[in-house]
Design a protein around this ligand. Structure first.
Ligand code: HEM
Length: 420
């Protein structure tokens, strides 16, 4: 009899929990949650569009339940400022899924770290050391070199007799430039030679990235419903193997850099050199150094490729904008040389194109989830400790500043309105 009652106890427990949260706190409005699953089955793809639609119905701050986890979604700039600026420290923890917890060794990196002394220290390393204007300038030749290599490879492919008149997959060139750029910045390595052939270390690197994505993508439902985790245990062995493989490759690269430093007596500017030489000064564990290097890879590769791909797509859809950008390049750069980074300040139209593409198509539309480390009030509503907080920057960027007329969601319309 007790066993028969067991399945009933889960929905009852869930309902009691939601009721308790609702009575104790003034939670933001939102779609009605179902027992056990909450709103998991109400969320339609694409998630940020679905949240933006709900924001039209319920307002700029909404509650969405994933199982028994409360997610608060913010959709206007005033509330985004409250979350990310005014009350930032109260909502700067991270929700780590079981796989994110494994990958980051419980937040020993930066991306998945909770707010606290470790986070403050690692942010300081990034701001003062890795992304200092001096280092970024020292690494400029890598970025310019990679972009030039990409343009040359596009030219070569366009003019190849077999390919003349055929379409090109821009995404593959952007993926390659982002990959080479970030592996060179972080690891000081170009795994791919000028013929496009990838070496053994590069193959291993790509395999680790692919395996990480596969492992990270599994177990989604069990993440949100704690008792389901009994039935879907984490593949401990697969995660352990993945971690060992990643560490082995990273340590091998770190050792190569240490050996080169000892041999030449000079320190290069790549992130791996910076972190190894600063390791003692900032008291960084090996896990943190490895975690930071992989943070840069995961955070800096797809984001940049996706941004440029969208900008190119918008330019193709808006020939007049493309023409104006081209005119500006012809006037400022001319035909005798290639563009270099210091030219950007003389290319305001190109900068607007980039900003507008990022506004319309942010590659991280819901940012990374923040987590409340205490009970906090936002927009007059309670956000209980432990809730996830998402800022829908896709919706915020399409929300008119200070309540003026809504920008058109028709992308070509909005581009035309802004510049033509
Ligand atoms: C268009 C390009 C990029 C976009 C749109 C983007 C967007 C973001 C967003 C939304 C966050 C989360 C911020 C938050 O939770 O408050 C983030 C965090 C982060 N990004 Fe990027 N990113 C880009 C490029 C890069 C690149 C190139 C790198 C490194 C080389 C990078 C490294 C990081 C790191 C380390 C964090 C964690 C920071 C923290 O938790 O304090 N990102 N990025």
């Amino acid at each position: 009899m007790t066993l028969l009652l067991l399945p009933l106890s889960f929905p009852l427990f869930f309902l009691a929990y939601i009721l308790y949260q609702k009575l104790r706190f003034k939670l933001p409005p939102g779609p009605r949650p179902w027992p056990i699953v909450g709103n998991l089955y109400d969320v339609k793809p694409v998630r940020f569009r679905c949240y933006a639609e709900w924001a039209q119905q319920y307002g700029p701050i909404i509650s969405v339940w994933f199982g028994s986890t409360l997610n608060v979604v913010i959709s206007n700039s005033e509330l985004a400022k409250e979350v990310l600026k005014e009350k930032d420290q109260q909502m700067a923890d991270r929700h780590r899924s079981r796989s994110a917890a494994k990958f980051s060794r419980e937040g020993q990196d930066l991306i998945w770290a909770d707010y606290g002394p470790h986070y403050v220290k690692v942010r300081k390393v990034c701001t003062l050391e890795l992304f200092s204007p001096k280092r970024l300038e020292a690494l400029r030749p890598i970025r310019e070199d990679e972009v030039t290599a990409m343009v040359e490879s596009i030219f070569k492919d366009c003019t190849h007799p077999d390919k003349i008149g055929k379409s090109l997959l821009v995404k593959s060139y952007l993926g390659a430039v982002a990959f080479n750029n970030i592996t060179r910045l972080a690891f000081g390595k170009r795994f791919v030679n000028s013929e496009g052939v990838i070496d053994e270390q590069g193959k291993e690197f790509k395999a680790i990235v692919a395996n990480g994505l596969k492992l990270g993508g599994s177990l989604a439902m069990a993440e949100h419903i704690p008792w389901l985790r009994w039935f879907f245990p984490l593949e401990e062995e697969a995660f352990a193997k993945h971690g060992e493989r990643r560490d082995r490759l990273t340590r091998a690269i770190m050792e190569e850099h240490t050996a080169a430093r000892l041999k030449t007596g000079g320190t290069k500017q790549h992130f791996v050199d910076a972190l190894l030489t600063l390791q003692k000064q900032y008291d960084l564990s090996d896990d943190t150094v490895i975690g930071l290097l992989w943070d840069m890879i995961t955070a800096g590769m797809d984001t940049t490729a996706i941004s440029v791909e969208w900008a190119m797509a918008e330019l193709i859809k808006n020939p007049r904008v493309q023409e104006k950008a081209q005119q500006e390049l012809d006037t400022v750069i001319g035909y005798e040389r290639v563009l270099i980074e210091p030219d950007f300040s003389n290319l305001p139209y190109l900068q607007s194109v980039a900003k507008e593409a990022l506004r319309l198509h942010p590659p991280t539309p819901l940012m990374l989830p923040h987590k409340a480390n205490t009970n906090v009030k936002v927009g007059g509503y309670d956000i209980p400790k432990g809730s996830n907080v998402h800022v829908n920057v896709w919706a915020v960027a399409r929300d008119p500043p200070h309540g003026k007329t809504r920008w058109s969601l028709d992308l070509s319309g909005s581009l035309k309105r802004m510049w033509i």
